[in-house]
Design a protein. Structure first.
Length: 500
């Protein structure tokens, strides 16, 4: 019997009423294992209404109440991390160790939310004028929404909702319809932790659900992670409807390798950063820029390591890379490799013919490595979102920097070098929001914020960290004057000496 994933509204399962369902496949077999209910406008409205009703009390709840619930949620999440990782592997396809890592990174933001009291402290200035004090406080927005991608079905929602609800907001999540089960399990654990009904809601669906959240007058803010075209659309549409928006888009992350770098360390980093999670992550290194004469040696070292990666089902503990999420996406990734030679690239490894015995219908693709890729090639210009690594060659640091800064994306970048001066110069001169020095995937820890520049971010706020707290709250300044008790009217004695 096919599993059905329904919505979560007002603290309980809400069976899909639209009659529309989407298929969820096991990427390792290609088999449809689950149907997910797609929300109608009315069902989205019901979720927002539940969140709005819950906000009346949740928005006024004490910080101690909120953080106590989040501490309980954190303990439950930790206890069920293997179960959640198994749900991710079953629907996304990533290997179990990658799925566990995803849950761990989500836990990091829950930790931050548990300590939200420090982040929400206000400011006070006394005696700005005679008997006048001024204080600044931060208050929640109300109902906020999150729209999240398929590649991290647990982690990216946890980049959003723990901070949002810790700040006193209520939340409506629209996760990817390709791997929806993890979001429902998170909702169940939140309820088990004691979160009041309606504070966290989940609606599944497609553009109908998304567009209703973007237009709904009771939704005050929208967080999004996904591709650049959709991020631009989310930002434009939600902003036009008067909402606060943080929309994180796509990437083409470069790794600059200088001639003095440890080439073995650089090759190890390139392989893990390009092919981990099958390249389906916005922080993947998809372009290595080799400076000077090291290119041939570096490419050979990358090839040697890449050929040893074991590809197989995500639930096989020996697998190091799993399949891609859907057959359509697999075919799109393969098309870039198939056309690479015609665009002027040298195909060192071609993974398009890869399959796994006994799982021939899975969404398999092997490792692809492309060398001497021109900047005019689509394999370089587009975000492929698969296990395809492009290597570009330059003669100088200046040429490499110009190449990187000419990209329309500015999500993350890395430099590999033994020269501290060169690294310092690069981190100041490169046009990207996150920079790694001998670190291939510079994803910030939870108490620093995540976000790129240029076409990798639309909106003024990065996600989680201090930016996350500021995004989910708004400032208020209170100016106060109180009369001195000694000035009380005649006949009222508060025990204060008269001073005039």
């Amino acid at each position: 019997m096919t599993k059905i994933v329904n919505h979560w509204i007002g603290g309980k399962t809400a069976e899909g009423a639209s009659g529309t369902y989407g298929p969820v496949t096991d990427p390792a077999t290609g088999e449809v294992t689950t149907k997910v209910a797609f929300a109608s406008v009315e069902e989205v409205d019901a979720a927002v209404a539940a969140a709005k009703e819950a906000y009346l009390s949740w928005g006024q709840s004490s910080l101690a109440t909120r953080t106590t619930i989040l501490f309980r949620f954190r303990a439950l999440l930790d206890a069920h991390r293997d179960e959640i990782a198994e749900l991710i592997t079953a629907e996304h396809g990533k290997v179990h160790s990658d799925a566990l890592g995803e849950v761990a990174r989500g836990l990091e933001i829950v930790d931050l939310a548990c300590g939200i009291s420090v982040q929400l402290k206000g400011e006070l200035s006394t005696q700005v004028a005679s008997r006048v004090d001024v204080s600044s406080i931060r208050q929640p927005l109300g109902v906020v929404a999150g729209i999240t991608p398929f590649n991290f079905p647990a982690m990216v929602p946890m980049w959003m909702f723990p901070l949002a609800i810790a700040c006193g907001n209520t939340f409506v999540l629209k996760p990817s319809e390709k791997d929806p089960s993890a979001s429902i399990r998170l909702a169940e654990l939140l309820s088990e932790a004691g979160l009041p009904d309606g504070v966290f809601n989940v609606v599944h669906g497609d553009k109908v659900a998304v567009d209703r959240l973007l237009a709904h007058p009771d939704v005050k803010a929208v967080s999004f992670v996904g591709s650049t075209p959709i991020a631009r659309y989310i930002h434009t549409t939600a902003s036009a409807n008067g909402k606060r928006v943080q929309a994180l888009g796509g990437a083409k992350n470069h790794m600059l390798v200088l001639p003095d770098a440890d080439l073995d360390a650089a090759a190890d980093a390139a392989v893990s950063a390009a092919y981990g999670s099958a390249g389906e992550r916005c922080m993947a290194i998809s372009a290595v820029v080799a400076v000077g004469a090291i290119g041939d040696t570096l490419v050979e070292k990358i090839r040697e390591r890449a050929e040893k990666i074991k590809i197989g089902p995500g639930n096989d503990p020996t697998s190091e890379m799993g399949p891609l999420i859907t057959k359509v996406h697999r075919d799109k990734v393969a098309s870039y490799v198939a056309g690479a030679a015609d665009e002027g690239a040298e195909v060192v490894l071609d993974g398009t013919g890869y399959t796994v015995d006994g799982h021939e219908n899975g969404h398999w693709i092997g490792i692809s490595l492309l060398d001497k890729v021109p900047t005019t090639a689509k394999t370089y210009q587009d975000e492929i979102f698969g296990p395809v690594l492009c290597v570009l060659r330059t003669e100088t640091y200046e040429e490499a920097l110009d190449l990187i800064n000419s990209s329309p994306f500015g999500n993350g970048t890395a430099i590999f070098t033994r020269d501290g001066g060169a690294a310092r110069r690069f981190q100041l001169e490169v046009e990207a929001g996150m920079v790694g020095v001998n670190v291939p995937i510079p994803v910030p820890v939870g108490y620093h914020s995540f976000g790129g520049w240029k076409d990798s971010l639309f909106g003024d706020h990065h996600i989680y960290g201090n930016d996350g707290t500021h995004f989910y709250t708004r400032g208020k300044v209170v100016t106060t004057r109180w009369p001195d008790p000694a000035d009380a009217p005649t006949g009222v004695d508060l025990g204060f000496p008269r001073n005039h």
